[in-house]
Design a protein around this ligand. Structure first.
Ligand SMILES: Nc1ncnc2c1ncn2[C@@H]1O[C@H](COP(=O)(O)OP(=O)(O)OP(=O)(O)O)[C@@H](O)[C@H]1O
Ligand SMILES: [Mg+2]
Length: 463
């Protein structure tokens, strides 16, 4: 059947079968490009006393990896338990939710015996309150010891191999509460409690999330989840278009992969909008075309996650020039960018638009505003260390925003180069080796850069 040959309901159902835009992936067949990480998690969770911590950027695919890994390690007699944290979560409240979820899923007969065991023995000693009048009693966990006991109870009664996913750990506001989970893992290991826990959290490191000294303990397998690599991105595109029997030219699929910046959400978003355009096209589509792609980009930007749209909107609604500065910021491969290099990108953008660039002074003042709250604080200083900020280096406040800015630029016909490495020579040499090409700055750009430095003296000339 051609893509346009079915009704809207059938199309929507098929689309959701192949693209999971708003829900995490749960099965290995749909989780692309994470084979290595899955293997690492499986190995870790088979080793007694070990748990996993998946950390990385927002939207990079942490929950999907956690759910998929959990489904592989959890024994088939029950489903993995999943708990999401919030700002006020405590160790007790999180474990309580896990236990209650486990209890509600346990078979009634199995539950009756096990609940009695739980009450008569360690549960009471551990000061856990337990309401026997209730058919499906809710356990109240009052301290760390009760949490350990409750998890022990779950391990022996829920399933042969019980996996708990503790998602969005970074949301817990209290440093103290987060650190207590490190202590819990140690106690689970000491007490030989055989539940397996997979944590996920937005962050640069586990030590940011649970505190320095606890993060390095041997109970934790750390998974630093990077943005999805090229092959993973391509697999998502290919599987979606193959499913609908459509040809997608490599220039278009490559562009989707590049614009996505390695965030699978964007790949799903662009693919689903493009498939929708193909579905709505007047004539039968067998091969995706550039006009369809451009129309789909427009739709993708319009229906992207609210947080991304509002951040971009706050930065740009007052002033047209802010778009250009942000597009310039999204060029190149480096996430941390030096202001000199951003200016080179900016000049290129303005050349493509045939618009006169801002003067140095006006550029500087607008650029500074992009770090302010009333502009969504869309940019921030990069390379911030213990000794303070390294001046002149900037980044998007969240890496995920860059993909959205790239889509905005492309939608307006500005084709940015995402491969160019502006930073240290070592980086350029590395790209040359990997890609077999080296993209030096053009002589025009070089002379502009030189000119710009001259301008720094009086600061009023065009940059
Ligand atoms: N490896 C992958 N292959 C295919 N799709 C993926 C992959 N990883 C994630 N996705 C998709 O990308 C989107 C975001 O994934 P997910 O929710 O797992 O990210 P996250 O890091 O948990 O995000 P957040 O930080 O917002 O919690 C989802 O739509 C999911 O279906
Ligand atoms: Mg998540």
């Amino acid at each position: 059947m051609s893509i346009g040959g079915c009704d809207l309901n059938t199309f929507a159902t098929r689309l959701n079968e192949v693209l999971t835009l708003s829900v995490p992936v749960r099965t290995p067949e749909k989780l692309f490009g994470r084979e290595r990480q899955l293997e690492k998690i499986q190995l870790a969770l088979h080793s007694p006393g070990r748990h996993v911590f998946i950390y990385g950027d927002r939207g990079v695919g942490k929950t999907s990896l956690a759910h998929t890994a959990a489904s592989l390690v959890q024994s088939s007699d029950n489903r993995p338990i999943t708990v999401s944290c919030d700002h006020d979560s405590t160790l007790e409240s999180v474990i309580e939710s896990a236990i209650n979820q486990g209890q509600s899923r346990m078979q009634v007969d199995r539950f009756k015996t096990s609940a009695t065991i739980g009450v008569n023995t360690a549960f009471v000693k551990a000061e856990a309150r337990f309401d026997e009048r209730d058919i499906s009693p809710k356990r109240s966990i009052v301290n760390m010891a009760a949490a350990v006991e409750a998890l022990n109870y779950l391990a022996s009664n829920y399933s042969d191999n019980t996996v708990i996913v503790i998602d969005e750990f970074d949301l817990i506001r209290s440093d103290e509460q987060r650190a207590r989970f490190g202590v819990l893992l140690k106690q689970l290991s000491d007490g030989d409690v055989s539940v397996r826990i997979i944590f996920t959290g937005i962050g640069q490191s586990v030590s940011d999330l649970i505190g320095g000294h606890l993060s390095s303990q041997r109970q934790i397998e750390q998974i630093d989840l990077e943005r999805l690599h090229w092959t993973g991105r391509q697999c998502i595109v290919e599987s979606a278009f193959e499913y609908f029997g459509l040809e997608i030219p490599s220039v278009i699929s490559d562009r989707i992969c590049a614009l996505s910046d390695g965030f699978p959400y964007y790949v799903h978003l662009m693919c689903s909008k493009l498939l929708h355009e193909c579905y709505m096209a007047g004539e039968v589509v067998t091969t995706v075309t550039r006009p369809l792609f451009m129309a789909s980009l427009n739709a993708a930007v319009m229906s992207a996650e609210e947080t991304l749209r509002s951040c971009y909107e706050m930065a740009t609604w007052r002033d047209e020039h802010m778009h250009h500065i942000l597009w310039a910021m999204a060029e190149g491969a480096d996430l941390n960018r030096k202001k000199d290099h951003i200016i080179i990108s900016y000049l290129q953008v303005m050349k493509l638009l045939s618009i006169e660039p801002l003067t140095q002074k006006t550029f500087d003042s607008r650029f500074a505003r992009l770090r302010q709250e009333n502009h969504g604080a869309i940019l921030c200083h990069a390379l911030v260390g213990k000794d303070g900020v390294r001046p002149g280096w900037y980044r998007f406040s969240e890496n995920m925003i860059r993909g959205f800015v790239r889509m905005q630029a492309e939608k307006c016909g500005i084709i940015l180069d995402f491969d160019r490495q502006y930073s240290a020579h070592t980086a350029s040499i590395r790209t040359a080796a990997v890609k077999g090409v080296y993209n030096p700055l053009s002589s025009v750009e070089r002379s502009v850069a030189r000119l710009r430095r001259d301008d720094e003296k009086d600061g009023e000339e065009n940059i």
